[in-house]
Design a protein. Structure first.
Length: 205
């Protein structure tokens, strides 16, 4: 299959363990190349657009890296939680994570994940944002304090996980659950098809 789309490896331009685990569980073994993009000072008109801008920046930041195999697909992803029309990324500190959860509990937000896929063989790219509605449980102050103390919510978009300790604090979702974890598998399949690839070609082995 050398030289065919099936031979192309996927490069994940993200250091997220959750994105890597999601792809691996779906049969894909990507090459991880961390983009190093500084996210804090990037702005966009809407949270959904911000997620897409950051995803593009991550993908484009690794295109010329030596670790990227010739002709590979490069995937950049970034997630942003929208609450009251405002974008919420990684809280970074226990104090901010606590404030976030006090604002989110018992309410509904939208988790946007931008996806940018680049075919390094042609330079073509396809990019879209997937959005999933998230209903948060009415957690107590004690539960928030205990969760923040674990450190998990400090370094994830929206200060929560669906696939970790925070899963019990998510009352329900509307949309793709993989998107909440950090990469929408159905959307990635569509982006690949749009560039002439096939999802099943990415299956390891």
């Amino acid at each position: 299959m050398t030289g065919s789309p099936a031979a192309k490896p996927l490069v994940l331009a993200s250091q997220s363990p959750a994105r890597l685990a999601t792809l691996r569980s779906a049969g894909v073994e990507p090459v991880v190349v961390v983009s190093g993009v500084e996210e804090d000072h990037v702005t966009a008109p809407t949270p959904a657009e911000l997620a897409l801008v950051l995803a593009r920046m991550k993908a484009e930041a690794v295109l010329t890296r030596l670790e990227v195999p010739t002709g590979a697909w490069v995937l950049g992803c970034d997630s942003v939680l929208e609450l009251d029309g405002e974008p919420l990324g990684k809280p970074g500190t226990p104090e901010e994570a606590t404030r976030r959860w006090q604002a989110m509990r018992g309410r509904t937000g939208v988790l946007h994940t931008g996806h940018c896929l680049v075919d390094t063989a042609t330079g073509e790219q396809a990019a879209r944002t997937a959005s999933t509605t998230v209903h948060f449980a009415a957690v107590t102050d004690a539960e928030i304090a205990a969760y923040v103390a674990t450190g998990e919510p400090l370094h994830v978009a929206g200060a929560f996980t669906l696939d970790g300790l925070g899963g019990a604090f998510v009352a329900g979702i509307e949309g793709d659950p993989h998107n909440v974890v950090g990469v929408s598998l159905p959307l990635l399949r569509e982006l690949l098809a749009g560039l002439g690839g096939a999802w099943t070609d990415l299956w390891a082995g």
